[in-house]
Design a protein around this ligand. Structure first.
Ligand code: SAH
Length: 483
């Protein structure tokens, strides 16, 4: 982030606009709507100023800008569409200590004007930092249709009930939970339908119910959420909703920063990543931690890579919660095999290639993976091996020793679905060397089967050229064992 978005209070402050055309009229309109005293300096004003001119806080001085125009100004907009005149304004404004914006001239901008979605008092501003105002506008248009027009009234309503609510809650977390219930519940529906009195009564009733001695105070709960393989676009809507609601998040190394960025800023973050050979927090401790946090009345987000029920030990954590009587919900996620296969253009099943798909782990509880080789070697199937990179030499050797065709295609997808995704393909005989040469470190999924041959034809995802290491806040320290 190289700019700081803020919402500026302009009531009683002076804003100077130079120019009398369309752009000047738009900036004048915005500044007046925000409550500023606006001085427009221009030889003459276009017809677009007709209504603006009648506003009480509007002043016009005919002429070109002078140092005295900028006295006490806080902001200045250079809209003359004349570079020399705009540069002069820029200099005068700086001398007077005001910040300047000259539309379409980033060199003369101390700040950029965002695209604005106005649901006052709720204001959404979208800025591309000058990179593409058009993109910002398109996003604004999308939000325009998804944020109901009455959201402004909802914001005003929340302001209106604020004192009443603040007075009842000493506990800030409980207050937030209550407010979230209001915003998501029938009271907000009443506001959005225009029935403010009804909404008011509803809030009172809900407050009484909340504090009634018989009511069950909300205990904490745990959301076991699958975060998918890395691309935040692969989150489910439900995952996103719960991610933004949790008070505390417990996550491990597969969760990258693009997904962590979606977590509420004030939520506590607890990293419990298991690094290979360096068990930071044993599984039982993680489960106990979840119970403890939930018993404190918190909403705990247990965020896992992929799907929590596929090699995620989610089941074990839930068993502990169930035994402790903690309520929980589970949200599935796109599992690595599925996400990586899609983004690498490798269909896991295909009528010409594979009628069966097997998910297997290459890593086992203490030592060698205990795999049913007979099942793995069957024809017409795809085998997706999780956590197999470290044992790749042993795995491929075992395939060959048990009679697999040395030309059987194998693909490895590293950092699948992320901007630094890499795909290495080969055969059961060649893949170990190729993976070693490529310096694959993981996380990686190994896909064995003739479907891998389709990768070349079906690959569509173009990971970012020189993509930064976006998805791996804490890199997986798996290294290929030397062959
Ligand atoms: N619950 C997860 C799997 C956890 S086991 C899921 O459903 O996907 C961890 C293994 O998942 C890694 O060793 C790797 O084999 C695989 N994996 C997870 N994310 C991956 C990614 N983005 N790209 C490739 N493999 C990944």
């Amino acid at each position: 982030m190289d700019q700081l978005p803020i919402a500026l209070k302009l009531q009683g402050r002076k804003v100077v606009v130079t120019g009398g055309g369309t752009v000047a009229a738009r900036k004048t309109d915005l500044a007046l709507r925000a409550g500023a005293d606006v001085l427009v300096v221009a030889p003459e004003l276009s017809s677009e100023f007709i209504t603006l001119e009648k506003m009480p806080k509007f002043r016009h001085r005919a002429g070109t800008v002078q140092a005295s125009d900028l006295q006490d100004a806080i902001l200045a907009f250079g809209c003359t569409e004349d570079d020399d005149a705009d540069t002069r304004l820029y200099e005068l404004a700086h001398a007077a200590g005001a910040m300047v914006n000259v539309p379409d001239n980033s060199e003369l901008c101390d700040f950029n004007m965002p695209a604005i979605l106005d649901r006052s008092p709720l204001i959404v501003s979208i800025s591309s930092g000058g990179a593409s105002p058009l993109l910002a506008r398109i996003i604004k248009e999308r939000l325009e249709s998804s944020i109901p027009a009455r959201f402004g009234e909802l914001a005003s309503f929340l302001r209106h009930i604020r004192e009443r609510i603040d007075g009842r809650f000493a506990d800030l977390r409980a207050r937030r939970h209550f407010l979230e219930k209001v915003i998501d519940g029938p009271a907000a529906d009443l506001v959005l339908s225009g029935d403010i009195a009804g909404a008011d009564a509803r809030v009172d009733a809900e407050l009484d119910a909340w504090f009634a001695p018989t009511s069950n105070k909300p205990v904490g709960e745990v959301f076991l959420v699958g975060g998918g393989p890395g691309d935040p676009d692969l989150l489910t809507f439900r995952a996103l909703r719960l991610i933004q609601r949790a008070d505390v998040i417990v996550y491990d190394r597969l969760i990258g920063s693009p997904i962590l960025d979606l977590v509420r800023r004030d939520a506590e973050r607890i990293y419990v990543g298991k690094r290979k050979n360096q068990h930071e927090l044993p599984q039982e401790e993680i489960s106990k931690l979840l119970v403890k946090l939930a018993r404190e009345g918190r909403r705990v987000l247990r965020l896992k890579g992929g799907d929590p029920f596929i090699f995620g030990r989610g089941g074990e954590e839930l068993e502990t919660l169930a035994e402790a009587g903690i309520p929980f919900q589970v949200v599935p996620g796109v599992t690595a095999a599925s996400g990586c296969a899609s983004y690498a253009g490798i269909p896991l099943t295909h009528r010409d290639h594979a009628q069966v798909c097997i998910f297997v782990t290459g890593h086992a509880k203490g030592g060698r993976p205990d795999i049913d080789w007979e099942v793995l070697l069957r024809p017409n199937q795809t085998v997706a091996i999780y956590m197999g990179l470290a044992a790749l030499p042993e795995l491929t050797a075992e395939f060959l020793a048990r009679g697999a065709d040395p030309t059987l295609p194998v693909g490895i997808v590293e950092n699948g679905t992320k901007l630094n995704q890499r795909v290495v393909t080969g055969t059961i005989a060649s893949i170990t060397g190729k993976a070693h040469d490529a310096g694959l470190k993981g996380p990686a999924i190994i896909i064995v089967g003739t479907v891998v041959g389709l990768h070349e034809k079906l690959a569509w995802f173009k990971p970012g050229e020189g993509a930064q290491d976006i998805g791996r806040r804490t890199p997986e320290p798996l290294a290929i064992a030397k062959a």
